[in-house]
Write a protein that binds this ligand. Structure first.
Ligand SMILES: Nc1nc2c(ncn2[C@@H]2O[C@H](COP(=O)(O)OP(=O)(O)OP(=O)(O)O)[C@@H](O)[C@H]2O)c(=O)[nH]1
Ligand SMILES: [Zn+2]
Length: 195
């Protein structure tokens, strides 16, 4: 069964009042959301972010990655513009799930990098599937974006879903002693563009 829209409501946040739109993916048994602010389908390129779920970084303040700071930066940027959309996709651990990510962290504690750890567990380096965006983009009638990401695969994903990416907006990643190797591996092995 295809991904389908379920309901929307207001969501006041520390960065202003967003609208939250809920979608369900019955085949994968996942629930996804989009946070929007302002008029998202007036034809002007929309400031947008595709954020992949990271429970440890987004909700538990983990310093192993840069997800929490990127989530905050994206919501702040949208609120500053007064207009934008954040797609929060439930693709924890680049699509391998939370418990497998913890297994990968254990292997990283023993010296593997993020890609090697995934491979040792029998997964590809990045298992995310962006086709779920299609129903969300269609429902919200979004056709042109300025995409906040360092990941060229996300730019390609938007384009594959029929959306014109008029600009890639770099997102600054805060490095700390715990995520240095993680950030280095993103640049060296996963194709992330860091300035
Ligand atoms: N498998 C695995 N996933 C991780 C690890 N650390 C973070 N993640 C997941 O990686 C996803 C975020 O991907 P990133 O590679 O940090 O960034 P990105 O989304 O590709 O690119 P940006 O748009 O630039 O942020 C989230 O789903 C995290 O849960 C790890 O060590 N192993
Ligand atoms: Zn993370």
């Amino acid at each position: 069964m295809p991904v389908r829209y379920v309901e929307s409501s207001r969501l006041p946040t520390a960065w202003g009042v967003f609208d939250i739109h809920g979608f369900e993916d019955p085949d994968a048994n996942k629930e996804h959301i989009v946070l929007t602010m302002g008029d998202v389908n007036n034809g002007e390129p929309l400031l947008a972010r595709i954020h992949s779920e990271c429970l440890t970084g987004d909700a538990l303040f983990s310093l192993r990655c840069d997800c929490g700071t990127q989530l905050e930066a994206a919501l702040k940027a949208i609120s500053t513009e007064g207009r934008g959309a954040l797609f929060y996709l439930r693709q924890e651990g680049r699509g391998i799930g939370l418990l497998n990510k913890i297994k990968a962290y254990k292997l990283q504690d023993a010296g593997a990098d993020t890609v090697e750890a995934n491979e040792q567990l029998g997964f590809g380096a990045d298992m995310r599937d962006y086709s779920i965006l299609s129903a969300m983009l269609q429902h919200l009638q979004i056709s042109r974006v300025r995409l906040m990401t360092n990941n060229p695969r996300k730019v390609a994903a938007m384009e594959e879903n029929g959306v014109e990416v008029v600009e890639r907006v770099a997102l600054h990643s805060h490095s700390n002693p715990h995520n240095e190797k993680y950030l280095k591996t993103k640049g060296a092995k996963l194709g992330h563009l860091f300035t």
